[in-house]
Design a protein around this ligand. Structure first.
Ligand code: 9D3
Length: 249
């Protein structure tokens, strides 16, 4: 899995992944991340990559040509390595919201070229000519595309074969079945004056499973009613789930 990241802050991109699960996977060469700085392919003395917006307005716009040269440098390098071609995604507040379904589909492919925007935006001609999709990580304003790109890489890498210790844990992820996770407890049995729910100490795995499902359903209804409605529409709630929700409402 390869991520080719176009960014004016390559040190920022390199700084985040060498920790935890993504760090181990990186040292095991389960994926690669390379950064490409559009400033490195400029030809003018000022290494200019941004300019003022036509039509006026605040901020600066990333210029199309340095980005196109950067993309060509990536494609040339990959061709020389006989590496497969990659789709181009731009991280952008105007993109489609990233979902676990999209993360899973990316994890089954060869990787991506990720363009991290800075400034007010990117010249539309580059987007029209070269970008296959625009991806957002949520309805809030970040200061650039680098942290969103890292979030995408993080979410994809943990799904790669061999990356998580426990083969079960990514299958049990919240969002995979469209519900929020249940509460978790560990030793000691009494902490901060509160006890562990007795069912978790019972050894009855059927009852424990039912309790966890109930907690997931109730937490999803109270914190993310949108997810619960989607699960119901998609037929992911069993009659037993419906009964739990009806009885607790
Ligand atoms: C009012 C104009 N702003 C658009 C909302 C300008 C603007 C703000 C912030 C343009 C770019 C950015 C930088 N953000 C990203 O590049 C970004 C982002 C985000 O801000 N939120 C959620 N997902 C993403 S992905 C890339």
């Amino acid at each position: 899995m390869d991520f080719e990241v176009i960014t004016v802050f390559p040190e920022l991109v390199a700084s985040v992944l060498p920790y935890g699960v993504t760090g181990r996977a990186l040292s095991e060469a389960r994926y690669r991340v390379r950064s490409w700085n559009p400033r490195d392919v400029t030809s003018d003395n000022y290494r200019r990559i941004d300019d003022r917006p036509y039509g006026g307005g605040p901020g600066m716009v990333m210029m199309a040509e340095p980005l196109a040269r950067c993309l060509q440098a990536i494609r040339d390098r990959r061709a020389a390595e006989a590496a497969p071609p990659l789709r181009v995604a731009c991280l952008s507040p105007q993109g489609a919201p990233l979902t676990q379904a999209r993360v899973q589909s990316i994890s089954q492919g060869p990787g991506m070229i990720l363009l991290c925007g800075r400034y007010e935006g990117i010249d539309q001609r580059f987007l029209d000519a070269h970008v296959d999709e625009e991806i957002s990580v949520g309805d809030f304003v970040a200061s650039g595309g680098e942290l969103p790109a890292l979030l995408l890489i993080d979410a994809v890498v943990r799904l790669l074969p061999g990356v998580l210790n426990d083969a079960q844990s990514s299958l049990q992820d919240s969002f995979v079945d469209g519900l929020l996770d249940c509460p978790h407890y560990t030793r000691p049995e009494v902490a901060l004056g509160a006890s562990v729910p007795p069912v978790l100490l019972s050894g009855n795995h059927l009852e424990i499973g039912r309790w966890r499902r109930r907690q997931s359903l109730l937490a999803t209804r109270s914190k993310r009613p949108d997810l619960l409605e989607q699960a119901a529409r998609d037929g992911r709630l069993t009659p037993a789930d419906q009964r739990i929700l009806d009885e607790a409402s």
